[in-house]
Design a protein around this ligand. Sequence first.
Ligand code: HEM
Length: 403
Amino acid sequence: MTRPAEGGGTASPLGPEFLARPAAVLAAYREGACPVARVRTPAGRPVWLVTRESDVRAGFTDPRLSLATTGPAPGRPHRALDRTLVSYDPPDHTRIRRLAAPAFTPGRIAVHRLTAERLADGLLGALAAEGRPVELMAEFAEPFAFAVLCEVFGFRPEAGRALRRAAADLLAHRETEAALDTLDRTVRAELADRRARPGGADVVSLVLRAWETSGEVTEAELVDLVAMLVLAGFDSTVQTIGLAVLALLTHPEQYGRLKAEPGLTANAVDELLRWDTPGPFATLRTALADVPVGGAVIPAGSGVLLAVTSANRDQRAHPEPDRLDLARPGAARHLTFGAGPHYCPGAALARIELAAALRAFATHWPHARLTGPPPQHGGGHQHRRLTALRLVQDGSAARARER
Ligand code: HEM
């Protein structure tokens, strides 16, 4: 028998405390009377939180939980990101997403491992050699992730610079119209460049080739897809690097273990992805019918937030979930990259970037510690952002003097 969820009707639990401690806020729902609860977003929109691992996992593959949205207002010319992969359901989603598959096979992505390692090593080594405090997000995570993106997508330098400015403006919610225009123009110019120089193996070339042979996708959908691939993973990766370093520095015994056993890195990457993520929820879905979930019924038309962070800390799926254990068996069973048809196509690339960043960090910043005011979590409940991550390395000034 299902019953309507009780309580939580007007609670708005997704504000500043949530940004700082999402796992603790969500645990109160998951382990309390309302593992499926109706709450309000900070903007006042009623939504349903789904917090248990089995329900979140099932939600990702439930066709009654739809991502489909309508496109831009009729009559307005198309512009990049008007609709993205997370605004379609199958079969349209399947038709468009198919174009990205050849560019994101594990083999294609593995080719970039050495580049990511070289970039991370160079940047973190140079910062350590300076022997001064650093702000890791601006001085490493962001430039590193952008450099990898440019390499993987084969962007020409001018295009890379334009995209970096546009991404920064979109994330800061400033000059949004101009930033979207820049994104649109730059993606179209990169596509035109690859048309004129066929045969490349970068993401833009491979997606373009798949588009030319498919014949099932419009040019507007192609532009949306490339723009989405550029933007979707960029800040998620930057923020994940920051959260992973923060977790290591606040769990020194685990950081010690990583330094002593570099072979743990791949597992550590997944445990750190389970531990904390900039995206506590999947993209907001809409129930197309009354959907029974975990003893409640989510009424047709409701917004639904699948709480990834809560699923990753559910003891029903992960023993001792609130213990960070870089050697945890089954760490990769987290839902940080989602599941089902919208599973993150960039997961392999993100893992490579994180592994490269962690290896280089352990090599060049073995004695790192946090300095200055405690790191603050900003952004919003769908995308948390570390405002700054200030580090210093014990003994680094002395080491710099010795050089
Ligand atoms: C640590 C970094 C990342 C995290 C935590 C992350 C997380 C996610 C999640 C949870 C989804 C599923 C959304 C949903 O079902 O509502 C997703 C989808 C997506 N991600 Fe990632 N992602 C990351 C990196 C990347 C990278 C590097 C790329 C591309 C280069 C990328 C591109 C995408 C795209 C295009 C989608 C939409 C897929 C679809 O709707 O079919 N992501 N990501």
